[in-house]
Design a protein around this ligand. Sequence first.
Ligand SMILES: NC(=O)c1ccc[n+]([C@@H]2O[C@H](COP(=O)([O-])OP(=O)(O)OC[C@H]3O[C@@H](n4cnc5c(N)ncnc54)[C@H](O)[C@@H]3O)[C@@H](O)[C@H]2O)c1
Length: 380
Amino acid sequence: MAKKPLNIGMVGYGFMGRAHSNAFSQAPHFFDLPFQPVLKAACARNAEKLKAFADQWGYQSTETDWRKLIERKDIDLIDIAASNDMHMEIAIAAAAAGKMIMCEKPLGRNSTESRKMVEAVETAKVANMVWYNYRRIPAVTLAKQFIDEGKLGKIFHYRAKFLQDWTISADLPQGGQGLWRLDAGMAGSGVTGDLLAHCIDTSLWLNGGIDKVVGMTETFIKERHHNLTGKTEKVEIDDASLFLARYDNGSLGNFEATRYARGHKALYTLEINGENASIFWDLHDLHRLQYFDHRDEGRSRGWRSIHVTDGDHPYMSKWWVPGLQIGYEHSFVHQAADFIEGLGSGISAAPTFREAMATDLVTDAVLKSARNGQWESAKS
Ligand SMILES: NC(=O)c1ccc[n+]([C@@H]2O[C@H](COP(=O)([O-])OP(=O)(O)OC[C@H]3O[C@@H](n4cnc5c(N)ncnc54)[C@H](O)[C@@H]3O)[C@@H](O)[C@H]2O)c1
């Protein structure tokens, strides 16, 4: 019997529009899902480019106004893959129209926006999720399993970095297509909401809640040409952001993100040190989990590099034969599959909007602390 369709309306056709379209296309081939995702409509403002995108990915129709997309009766799910300034408005309207919502990260430009989004989806009782995809890289999911099984024992340290180098040139403008991340009005913040948000989400999932933080940010290039105003404008985003954290479980966190680390394109690394064991993961080697267990026999004790490709590793039985690795795009396929499975089981796939708001509370606290030099609560 044909499965009931899940009709998707996607807003945005950039980097994430492609990642999500691929995820919805691939998920039903590799996972036995309760609903069949259908690429019903793609939405963006430029009709010509949108048509080319829709044709390439197999969308059945297009809309150049996201409000029209939300009004459509034949759309079940609104997927927000647009820039951060659009998340709240689209999500609140979509919830009011009774649509399910998947939204890119960060949920809001700040926690005030995210709170309104949480209220909207909870009032409307619509399924919702935020695309914090790193949770679903099998090596990271395996780390979660190890922690939950108690392999690490009591956790002392959580360390994460997300390093890039693409904004070092003072000639790079801010604003507009592809450069909205440098415009604080559109992005909300700089690397704190863009890169650290990923590190924080993974850490909240792996190591539990953060109680308080003290942070430091810097904007190395103070003025840039603005593509939309045509003038030289002050740069309001943070180019680099570092913070220390105290977790509810007593462990200490140490985080850094920058777009000024020459030679690094997307170096997301995390390390967790527990009483019995430690874990290290690196996005550049994403199919491996480094694991050290102090309980191993002394002479052979050392860091193991686990090639996370076996059938008993998370998600891997759905893919190829053991030993063959998968990549970045598969984390989105897993997330789409988990969301659709959750619709069938009635168990929401994480992180929901409410769970993702916790990250925005931490990023708000980091930015506040960077302004006033004080420790700040990460929970309010
Ligand atoms: N999960 C991840 O790892 C990850 C990675 C990259 C980006 N993101 C997030 O995804 C979102 C999009 O980022 P991106 O890199 O794809 O950006 P992008 O610049 O490549 O694409 C942004 C898209 O938003 C669309 N858009 C903007 N305003 C619109 C409007 N009013 N109506 C319709 N469409 C509109 C643009 O047309 C464009 O297609 C951001 O929130 C970003 O933080 C997440």
